[in-house]
Design a protein around this ligand. Structure first.
Ligand SMILES: *Cc1c(COP(=O)(O)O)cnc(C)c1O
Length: 229
């Protein structure tokens, strides 16, 4: 038996046992082989997350058709067309420009693609995402209201890479507040705007305490990732 993969079932059930009933677990399968994805699938896992288009479009045809694929990485406009036929939720919308392209490609496939607005909540400079002002400009743009093939269903954010619980609580709470403000201002009465995608292997319990209802977990399920060179 391969000692690196035999714990997937156990890890999955352990994480599920700690999640509230309203929280969706996205199993982040980036760099993991198809066999590992299948092992999780056999345990009933259906939501999987990938952060590279090339890897996602290689894996998707090899795996069961009822998997909901989440795109969680930075998305380039010229790559959208490869995932538009099947992607279930794009977590990383950070500009009107990328949303425009997703809308166009979704239209070509007669689809409405669900999207999350990604916010920059970490103190680190390197993470992608918008601030509240940029999101307001996007949501208030006349062009946005005319987009028929995308639907904004919530927000996503990544906290700083730290063990400090105070920092993590503060950053996740800021995303929760952004969700509440945007929901009130732009999505009042819409049941579709409901996703708060926050929390990864190292910080998801704190994210859940701060109101996460979608966690993206890789390492804790599949073990350490193979290093990409
Ligand atoms: C890799 C990744 C995750 C999962 O990270 P783990 O620490 O392995 O749980 C979650 N979200 C995003 C955006 C990622 O790129």
């Amino acid at each position: 038996m391969n000692p690196g993969s035999t714990n997937i079932a156990h890890n999955l059930w352990q994480i599920r046992a700690t999640l509230p009933a309203n929280a969706t677990l996205v199993a982040v399968s980036k760099t993991q082989p198809v066999d590992a994805v299948l092992e999780a699938y056999r345990e009933g896992q259906r939501d999987f997350g990938e952060n590279r288009v090339r890897e996602l479009i290689m894996k998707q045809p090899l795996l069961p058709g009822d998997i909901a694929w989440h795109f969680i990485g930075h998305l380039q406009t010229n790559k959208v067309r490869y995932i538009a036929p099947f992607v279930s939720l794009i977590h990383s919308i950070d500009s009107l420009k990328i949303l425009r392209v997703v809308n166009g490609e979704a239209g070509r496939h007669d689809r409405v693609i669900d999207c999350l607005l990604q916010f920059h909540i970490a103190t680190e400079e390197t993470k992608f995402g918008m601030d509240l002002r940029e999101a307001r400009a996007l949501l208030g743009a006349p062009e946005f209201s005319s987009m028929k093939n995308v639907r904004i269903t919530g927000v996503m954010g990544m906290a700083s890479f730290t063990d400090d619980p105070t920092t993590l609580h503060r950053e996740f709470r800021s995303l929760r507040q952004i969700f509440d403000e945007i929901g009130e201002a732009y999505f009042k009465g819409s049941a579709c705007f409901r996703i708060r995608s926050m929390g990864m292997s190292g910080d998801y319990p704190i994210a859940v305490e701060e109101g996460s209802n979608m966690v993206r977990i890789g390492t804790l399920i599949f073990g350490e990732r193979l290093k990409l060179t």
